[in-house]
Structures are given as structure tokens and as C-alpha cells.
Design a protein around this ligand. Structure first.
Ligand code: R5P
Length: 275
């Protein structure tokens, strides 16, 4: 028996009730507790949008599952919030991701499965942080494979910064196996500008997330300035905050993302990668 939160309803039928009282307090109820007693259970839930409420609901659920005698096998969290506060950049800052993981662990969630976790720069694999085991699945290859169908054979895949370099490197392996042997796929966007290597070519810019869109818009400007022919954008976690989607739509021929965050360009279903 698994515990499915309401915001996972696009992929699994929910069986946990979640409400917010008029004053903002959260309410969580396991609908059929007898089915969980003495059983192993995985929790499925998104922690974005409204991550602070979603995190607290997850903690309420995990503590209640323990109380009724369920054994928590782990949690599937498609996008892990606070993964960008993985370092102390300024003295006195909270190391938010470690606090979040610690809260999970203390509540009985000792293992999570997530996708293209921002602070794991090496891509897919099993990791451990703040006492929680993290299974990180990368959707970059799926994104590139699907996008490839929309472009010419000489598609160049690039990431806008080093952090997402593993995504383009994965694409490069695919390139070597197939259609453009010898071409270097990973390039920092700032290095693309001026060197004309994308002139007249199809280019796919891939990043782990598009949040305010500043990084992607800058990358698109550079690639277009350098003379790219057809330009596409691929991302795993598509927040498209503020007016970023409108801007990106105006600059691209193709957009693809996953449904770790629900949006109109979600063409890859993360849930299929769990099987
Ligand atoms: C940065 O390291 C990430 O890979 C993304 O490039 C970044 O977080 C995107 O943020 P924004 O859309 O706000 O530029």
C-alpha cells in the first residue's frame, strides 16, 4: 500500500486527504489507515508549488504513518525544493537543503527518489546527504531523444552552465553512437558567443531547471547572436516564473520539459522512469 498525496493525481490515484484551514494550518488524514498497518509504504507527492506547506504536510503524513504502524520505504519527490541552497554562500545563512533532509529523516523518510537533483552535478546515481539516501534519476536523455525528432541530424546540445553539463554530456554520448561523431556537445554558453560554431546549425539548450528564465533567455540570446538556425529549449523542472515562458516562446522553435512540475510543455512523464 502506497501513500499518494493529492498533487500526484495526474499519475496515481490519491489516498491521503490534505486540507488547509482558514487560518492557514495544514490538515492531513490517511483515509484507510488499516491498510497501512504493518506494511511497507512509499510516499508519492510533489513539494512544489507552495513548498513550505507541502513540506509540512509531508512531515505530518510521515509521522502519522509511523504512528499507525506503517513502515516507510521511501518517498518519491519529483522536484526537491531548496536544492539550490546546498552551500553556505554568505556567513550566517541556513543550509536549507540539509535542514529539509534532516527533517525528513527524523520523520522516518530515510530514502528519497528524485529527478535531476540540482546539487548532484554528476547526474543519475545513488547518493547520501544529511543522513538521507537519494536516488537521483536523470531525464536528460529522454528529453534529448524526444527533441531530436524535431531537429536536423546535426543537432548540437549545449547546457548554459557547468552544473547542467552532465545533461549535455549525456547527449554527447548519444551523438557519438549515432549521428554526429566527434562533435563536442557540451559548451558553456558564454563560450559559444562569437566562435560561430553554432552558425547555421540546430541547437538544443538543456538545463535542469528554468525558474525566472534569466539563464535560459541569456543563453538563447547568445546562441541566436552566434547564428544558430533552429533553436530549442529542454528542461526537467519547468517553473516558468513571471513572464519567462512568454519570453522563451518568443525566442524558440521548440520547447520540451517533463511533468515533475506540471506545465503545458510537459512531454516526458517522470513516472515512467520509476518502473
Ligand atoms: C543554475 O545553476 C541552474 O542550472 C539553472 O540554470 C538556474 O537555476 C535557472 O534559474 P533561472 O531560470 O532563474 O535563471
Amino acid at each position: 500500500m502506497d501513500a499518494v498525496l493529492p498533487n500526484f493525481s495526474d499519475v496515481l490515484p490519491p489516498n491521503i486527504e490534505v486540507k488547509t484551514f482558514p487560518d492557514g494550518d495544514s490538515y492531513v488524514r490517511i483515509l484507510e489507515p488499516e491498510k497501512f498497518r504493518g506494511k511497507e509504504a512509499t510516499i508519492y507527492g510533489r513539494l512544489w508549488p507552495e513548498q513550505n506547506s507541502r513540506i509540512f504536510e509531508l512531515i505530518l503524513l510521515a509521522r502519522t504513518m509511523q504512528k499507525i504502524g506503517a513502515q516507510i520505504e521511501g518517498a518519491v519527490i519529483p522536484y526537491l525544493p531548496y536544492s539550490r541552497q546546498d552551500k553556505i554562500f554568505l556567513e550566517g545563512e541556513a543550509l536549507s537543503i540539509d535542514v529539509l533532509l534532516m527533517l525528513m529523516k527524523e520523520s522516518g523518510i530515510k530514502k528519497i527518489t528524485t529527478f535531476d537533483c540540482h546539487f548532484i552535478k554528476s547526474g543519475a546515481g545513488e547518493y547520501e546527504r544529511a543522513g538521507v539516501k537519494i536516488r537521483n534519476i536523470s531525464l536528460s536523455r529522454k528529453l534529448v531523444e524526444k527533441a531530436k525528432k524535431e531537429f536536423s541530424k546535426n543537432l548540437i546540445t549545449i547546457s548554459p552552465d557547468e552544473g547542467a553539463g552532465y545533461m549535455a554530456e549525456k547527449a554527447m554520448k548519444k551523438v557519438r553512437g549515432g549521428y554526429a561523431e566527434g562533435r563536442e556537445a557540451y559548451r558553456k554558453i558564454e563560450k559559444v558567443e562569437g566562435v560561430r560554431e553554432v552558425e547555421g546549425k540546430d541547437v538544443l539548450i538543456i538545463d535542469d531547471m528554468i525558474s525566472t528564465g534569466g539563464t535560459m533567455v541569456g543563453a538563447l540570446e547568445n546562441v541566436k547572436k552566434a547564428g544558430a538556425k533552429k533553436v530549442g529549449v529542454a528542461t526537467v523542472h519547468a517553473f516558468f516564473l513571471k513572464d519567462s515562458l512568454q519570453k522563451i516562446e518568443g525566442m524558440t522553435d521548440y520547447i520540451i520539459s517533463t511533468n515533475t512540475i506540471q506545465n503545458k510543455y510537459a512531454r516526458i512523464n517522470f513516472f515512467e522512469e520509476l518502473k
